[in-house]
Design a protein around this ligand. Sequence first.
Ligand SMILES: [Zn+2]
Ligand SMILES: [Zn+2]
Length: 261
Amino acid sequence: MSAVLFDTHAHLHFQEFAADLAGVLERARDAGVRFMLTIGTDVADSRAALALAEAHPGLYAAVGIHPHDAADADDAALEELERLAAASPKVVAVGEIGLDFYRNLSPRETQKRVFRRQLAMARRLEKPALIHCREAHAETLEILQEEGIGEIGGIMHCFSGDAAIARRCLDLGLLISLAGPVTYPNARKLPEVVRLTPADRLVVETDCPFLPPQPYRGKRNEPAYLPITAARVAELKGQPLEELGPLMAENALSLLRIAEQ
Ligand SMILES: [Zn+2]
Ligand SMILES: [Zn+2]
């Protein structure tokens, strides 16, 4: 029997899944992935995420403007996002939001301003934030601290920092989410990050269609591959997957205030 898992970061409403979504969801459930969070990256995409979540049990949505698209986040866009988030109990988080200084698709100062505005939105909505951070850890942590993330709550998605950054995230009250890269032979700092993070602060994700775990590298990722990532995390924690999987799911259900079991 497979362990109950929660995929805390997926993009199931993306075009990549349009042709075979029913099969993708069926394989996810067969693999024990009972809960999934599909994440918006701009206003139209957030609307698509919510529509998909409304149509499927066990599927939830997050609405947000990705740092890549921060330049398009005008007042109207942010107001529409807040309206969407308030309109449905299926929206359980604000995200993904944050800073991406690797690709710099929007100017850095714009990314910072839009990140702060969406953290303020999460606070008003009383929903946790899903944080995207690439090559911008110092600036991301500074903003999270200043905006009071401890009271908002959140997940550092696809964690890519080192042990010191993980400790700072934990001090700020965040959960740490591991994705496919923890299974890569060159995962470098991630094994140490997993070992130092208490089990009640860990969650896992696919970030599908991106970042498949080791055996599927180069292919499209999907939630059915989540057990591979979860098994590696369990191995690093020295805990059986049958124990840690449901505990990590419980961590996510509790943060996202999902009552359904
Ligand atoms: Zn991301
Ligand atoms: Zn994502």
